[in-house]
Design a protein around this ligand. Structure first.
Ligand SMILES: [Zn+2]
Length: 85
């Protein structure tokens, strides 16, 4: 793990782990998808779909998952049916 990876992991561990132990960003799917749900204070849509900074997200990087299509496909597999958009 690089020094930067360690900094990111420490930040994630300090601020984004739910008390249950699940990732508070992705729910342990490894993918964060804020498209259509996030805008700036001036109303600019700024949602993204990306690999999470948690260990599951890092695992996706190692598996070569990186395109939007791959991320959407992975999210469909990993998310409960009610949460898939
Ligand atoms: Zn995560």
């Amino acid at each position: 793990m690089s020094a930067l990876d360690e900094v990111v992991f420490d930040r994630w561990e300090e601020g984004f782990v739910h008390p249950t132990g699940f990732c508070g960003l992705c729910g342990n799917s490894g993918v964060v998808d804020t498209r259509g749900t996030l805008s700036s204070s001036t109303g600019v849509e700024c949602g993204v779909i990306a690999m999470c900074i948690c260990p599951t997200g890092h695992g996706l990087i190692e598996r070569g998952v990186k395109t939007t299509q791959q991320l959407e496909s992975w999210l469909r597999v990993m998310s409960p049916a009610g949460r898939v958009r």
